[in-house]
Design a protein around this ligand. Structure first.
Ligand code: PMP
Length: 386
């Protein structure tokens, strides 16, 4: 290989489907972003921050006001006590994941990843010099097989990465499961990186249990959050990592050479957004719960089998149970071309041994968009179901 050769690389399935969707003029229920009107209070807060606050570098770990607002939000929403010196503000949860993985994983370490997995984890672990060991959730209820998780731990294991609520399948890890994972981490001296970005979008009242809330994980856990999800401003890219001060300092060391800091005016706006009254956050969530019910009811009436999901902006369809057996990736291609609806095959969230029977649909869309998508999907099923 010549020294200037570059790896071929891959483009994420979300980008691929969004691009194809735009090209074909399809309805995009693939990538997870809302197309509803954006909250006016948040736009006004950002405008005020641009005009009246600073547009220069904020402190490397984030504005003190934002870190205080994050701590207050978690106290209110989850009864979770975190201190400002445990919080590192980053450019989206993606950077929080990158900084945490670079801080915790050393060349030669093993990292346990749970499939289906968010696409950034594996390449980031490999960039840090780590080796991934994969454990899969068990469909269709997507439980975590603790025996297989324990069997995947070796003397080289350094870190487990969890995601709750889970993208793509929308399940929430029960407290007992998280406690069992915590005990494994304590017994084998491991770190736990818990991607909790969907914590603010649990739509059926199931309680969110943070890794930071468990005694067994004290001093071992990193919690990753995202204002993009909590406030539905995915393009603002404000996220954070929270961990005990010793770990937070290691994450800050990585963050200072990735982005160093994150857009100052948007940090002010997120601080205001998180501090909006509970009633605002409840009403905000309720809009998404209504959108979810609209899509699920429409699909169910059309004969699709939609799996239960507690959180995220996604639901998954069981293809075989919907009379559409076959490979999810091939079906997603047919759907976008023949029905004009973009969806994400769940197999894209696997690095090996993929489940191929599920499609992920994003419901964070306006009523008319959802209704048109349901009409098209219903017609496709009527013409193709076995
Ligand atoms: N983790 C998960 C599970 C996600 O779904 C996402 C966004 N889709 C992220 C991390 C990244 O969040 P952000 O946009 O704040 O970087």
């Amino acid at each position: 290989m010549a020294t200037t050769d570059l790896p071929a690389g891959t483009t994420t399935i979300f980008e691929v489907m969004s691009r194809l969707s735009a090209e074909l003029g399809a309805i995009n229920l693939g990538q997870g972003f809302p197309d509803m009107a954006e909250p006016g209070e948040l736009i006004a807060a950002a405008q005020r921050a641009l005009a009246e606050r600073s547009n220069q570098y904020p402190p490397m770990r984030g504005l003190p006001e934002l870190r205080a607002a994050i701590a207050a939000y978690y106290q209110r929403e989850q009864g979770l006590t975190v201190a400002a010196d445990e919080i590192i503000v980053t450019s989206g949860a993606t950077e929080a994941l990158a900084a945490s993985i670079l801080a915790l994983v050393r060349p030669g370490d093993e990292v346990i990843l749970i499939q289906p997995l968010y696409d950034a984890y594996l390449p980031l672990v490999e960039r840090a010099g780590g080796t991934a060991r994969l454990v899969s959730l068990t469909p269709p209820d997507w439980t975590l097989p603790l025996d297989r998780l324990e069997a995947a731990i070796t003397p080289r294991t350094r870190l487990i990465i969890l995601n709750t609520p889970n993208n793509p399948v929308g399940t929430v890890l029960p407290r007992a499961t998280l406690e069992a994972v915590g005990e494994l981490c304590a017994a084998h001296d491991l770190f736990l990186l818990c991607d909790e970005v969907w914590e603010g979008m649990i739509l059926d009242g199931t309680p969110h249990v943070s890794a930071l809330a468990l005694p067994a994980l004290q001093g071992r856990a990193v919690k990753v959050g995202s204002a993009g999800k909590i406030l539905s401003m995915t393009g603002w890219k404000i996220g954070w990592a929270i961990a005990a001060p010793r770990i937070a300092s290691a994450i800050a060391q990585a963050h200072q050479f990735i982005t160093f800091t994150t857009a100052t005016p948007l940090q002010w706006a997120v601080a205001e957004g998180l501090a909006l009254p509970d009633a605002w956050h409840t009403a905000h969530r309720a809009r998404y719960a209504a959108a979810k019910a609209r899509l699920v009811d429409g699909l169910t009436a059309a004969g699709f089998h939609v799996l239960p999901a507690s959180g995220t902006w996604f639901v998954t369809v069981d293809l075989a149970a919907s009379g559409l057996p076959g490979q999810d990736a091939a079906l997603a291609q047919r759907l976008i071309r023949e029905a004009g609806v973009a969806a994400i095959p769940v197999s894209a969230f696997y690095a090996a041994d993929a489940e191929t029977n599920y499609l992920r649909l994003c419901f964070a869309k306006q009523d008319e968009t959802l209704d048109r998508a349901v009409e098209r999907l219903a017609a496709f099923r009527a013409a193709n179901a076995a």
